[in-house]
Design a protein around this ligand. Structure first.
Ligand code: FES
Ligand SMILES: [Fe+2]
Length: 388
């Protein structure tokens, strides 16, 4: 555990990032090149691309990438750019390629799905010194972690699962993520800088006033903390069985759902301790956190769409047997998280509105915001290390 990871790491005043970092376009450009184009970015769960030739496009900053399952069931990623005169190859956000090759919609150059090789141009003759093998699609790095697809625009980036998650994925090891299936997905635009999303996710100072439903499901959050040990007098309550002191869900609740019920589908591989915790998280900056609950997983991806906007893209994963059960109502799970995410989105938008004040040059972090200190230090270090 990092030395940042407790409430005592903020016993002295720590300044937040400069307010201009939440709207300045030059800073945003710097963040694209040094953070978004250098780190592993979550695309989707592999069940989103279940059949051969299925594809999705993902917009990372100004870069549009095709991620597809080729005809041999291998995942591949290419820049969505034809080598002839630069047209996009896939016009839609997702779909299934109809032809055995990737065909440019403009003048119909064709490329192999398996290796990006230029198969054919559409000209009668090619110039004498034209070498087809010099016009392959530009490749993008792609790796899979437990059924989750990640890409990286940096061809030299290291794939190291030890470093992939900034909040460890070890707690999710008993969730059968790779075998689960997407039951529902949802997109939403939020008008705030992408860093505000992470800052909001990493603290619960806002919980009681922003999230009434969540604080009644997770009573500890009503104290504005995320870990029982964040309370100054936690040692006095060490034997308490009250979820308000020890964390976990309110009495009788099993999962993050509207009525708290897992409807008979608690994942059997989870430990008693996993279930007692109520929620388990892994996060991979800058693009995704994965939440594990008794009967489902939720992947929450963000992509910046400008210095003051982001797109949220959420997948809910379930075991196949839950999806097959006509009595299992996934709305119970989906609507609960949607409510919480809508509330967070609104809070982030209100936050964004206030930061333009010429009087406000930076905020200040309070003790409960120790994870923000860690996140902001990471952002600064990325910009320094990956200077372009
Ligand atoms: S731009 Fe793709 S074939 Fe011309
Ligand atoms: Fe929140």
């Amino acid at each position: 555990m990092s030395s940042y990871d407790n409430i005592n790491s903020l016993s002295e005043v720590v300044d937040a990032l400069p307010s201009s970092w939440y709207y300045d376009r030059e800073i945003y450009q710097k963040e694209l090149t040094s953070i978004w184009y250098k780190n592993w970015i979550f695309v989707c769960h592999s069940s989103a691309l279940s059949e051969p030739r299925a594809y999705k496009t993902i917009q990372i900053g100004t870069q549009n990438i095709i991620v597809l399952k080729d005809r041999k069931n291998k995942f591949r990623a290419y820049y969505n750019t034809c080598r002839h005169r630069g047209s996009a190859l896939c016009e839609h956000g997702q779909g299934v390629v109809k032809t055995p090759v990737l065909l440019c919609p403009y003048h119909q150059w064709s490329y192999s799905m398996e290796d990006g090789r230029l198969v054919n141009t559409s000209s009668f003759d090619e110039p004498e010194n034209f070498k087809k093998n010099e016009y392959s699609l530009f490749k993008v790095r792609l790796e899979e972690w437990r059924g989750c697809i990640f890409v990286n625009l940096d061809m030299n980036a290291e794939w190291n699962i030890e470093n992939l998650f900034h909040r460890s994925a070890a707690e999710l090891e008993r969730h059968p993520i790779e075998d689960m299936k997407i039951g529902y997905n949802w997109q939403k635009t939020i008008k705030c800088n992408w860093k505000s999303f992470w800052e909001n996710f990493n603290e619960c100072l806002h919980c009681p006033n922003i999230h009434p439903e969540l604080t009644s499901l997770v009573p500890l959050y009503s104290k504005r903390i995320i870990n029982p040990k964040d309370h100054p007098n936690w040692k006095d309550k060490i034997d308490s069985s009250d979820p308000k002191d020890r964390g976990g869900l309110s009495k009788g609740a099993e999962t993050w759902s509207q009525d708290g019920s897992a409807q008979g589908h608690v994942i059997s591989s989870l430990s008693e301790a996993d279930i007692a915790r109520g929620q388990l998280y892994a996060s991979s900056w800058p693009s995704v956190f994965i939440g594990g609950y008794a009967d489902h997983i939720r992947t929450v991806r963000i992509l910046p769409t400008g210095s003051e906007t982001l797109e949220l893209s959420v997948e809910w994963l379930f075991e196949q047997k839950a999806l097959n059960d006509p009595k299992y109502n996934i709305d119970n799970v989906v609507n609960f998280a949607k409510t919480v995410m809508e509330q967070d989105g609104k809070a982030c938008e209100i936050n964004q509105l206030g930061i333009y004040s010429q009087m406000f040059d930076k905020g200040v972090l309070m003790p409960e915001e120790y994870l923000l200190k860690r996140f902001q230090a990471w952002v600064k270090s990325q910009i320094t290390v990956n200077k372009n």
